[in-house]
Design a protein around this ligand. Structure first.
Ligand code: NAP
Length: 281
């Protein structure tokens, strides 16, 4: 695989294998157009074997601003970037590589970071969750970013429900969270925030069947799955008149942080309704 290109202006991209499904080009393309920024954002197919060659080529390309990173490269990409924020020891995966000035004034450097934690937090930043009980379903990559964010907020006890309970217990320890790890069928107890961070409910995956009757009236239900957008979990929460946050909120939130770092401009968040319409067309 070769990654030569004819770019004559700044560009960024999302890399993955497969990559055709990614919504990142639509999001970043929309913001670039609204702001009238003379730059591109594209999707580039990169296989695991091609990853070292990809970073070698892009490092030498002055037009390349950076890339979003998706499955299966979120961990392997750490070997090709500077990990100034210590992401390897916390979230354990990056979703953004970025060209920045080198610390030693020798040209530039590529750093890795993760905007999923900030993207998850943005839609719930107005909630007071300090000391509040939280339930998270899932213990994969998305859950790691979410638990990292929850540990920074200082939430109360965290219950993680996951198929692999040991993996969930290890995450509580990794993020210094008090709480418990339980199997998926343990049921949802009372909590202030319920997050589905698993693949359950996603198109092509088994459904997520949970009973929300134990949730208090002011509980917030957050589903990170965005395909479909209206998941069975969110439907059940709305049927109970609970506040909900959907997967596009997090997806747009993580992209907004990345956009600012890639293109040095704040995305036009007052156009979110138009963007959501574009993404759900
Ligand atoms: P991942 O690392 O592969 O983790 C998948 C999680 O789902 C694990 O907890 C896994 O349980 C569980 N799971 C998968 N299949 C299952 C099954 N058949 N039965 C029971 N549990 C199952 O994936 P991820 O990257 O965390 O992604 C999870 C979801 O979050 C996906 O739908 C993804 O699209 C979404 N996501 C959304 C955003 C956003 O911005 N909105 C960002 C990232 C991810 P085990 O641990 O037991 O295997």
């Amino acid at each position: 695989m070769t990654f030569t290109n004819d770019a004559t202006r700044p560009y960024a991209e999302v890399i993955g294998d497969p990559i055709a499904h990614s919504k990142s080009p639509l999001i970043h393309g929309f913001w670039l157009e609204v702001l009238g920024i003379d730059a591109d954002y594209r999707a580039t197919h990169v296989t695991p074997e091609a990853l070292p060659g990809y970073f070698a080529q892009r490092r030498a390309d002055p037009h390349w601003r950076g890339c979003n990173i998706t499955i299966p490269h979120k961990l392997a990409a750490l070997d090709h970037v500077e990990d100034r924020g210590g992401v390897r020891g916390t979230i354990g995966a990056i979703n953004l590589a970025l060209r920045v000035d080198a610390l030693d004034d020798e040209g530039d450097a590529i750093i890795g970071t993760n905007t999923d934690a900030g993207g998850f937090y943005a839609p719930i930043a107005g909630l007071d969750l300090s000391g509040a009980p939280v339930t998270v379903i899932g213990a994969g990559g998305a859950a790691r970013a979410i638990l990292f964010a929850l540990s920074k907020i200082g939430v109360g006890p965290v219950t993680i429900l996951n198929r692999n309970v040991l993996k969930a217990a290890a995450l509580l320890a990794t993020f210094g969270l008090k709480g418990q790890a339980l199997p998926l069928n343990a049921g949802i107890g009372p909590c202030a925030l319920l997050v589905n961070a698993s693949a359950l409910g996603m198109a092509g995956q088994p459904p997520l069947d949970v009973d929300l009757s134990a949730l208090p009236e002011d509980a917030v239900v957050y589903d990170v799955v965005y395909a479909p957008l209206e998941t069975a979990l969110l439907k059940a929460a709305r049927a109970r008149d609970l506040e909900t946050v959907d997967g596009l909120d997090m997806l747009i939130g993580q992209a907004a942080l990345a956009f600012e770092m890639l293109f040095g401009a704040e995305p036009p968040r007052d156009r979110d309704e138009d963007l959501r319409a574009l993404l759900t067309k």
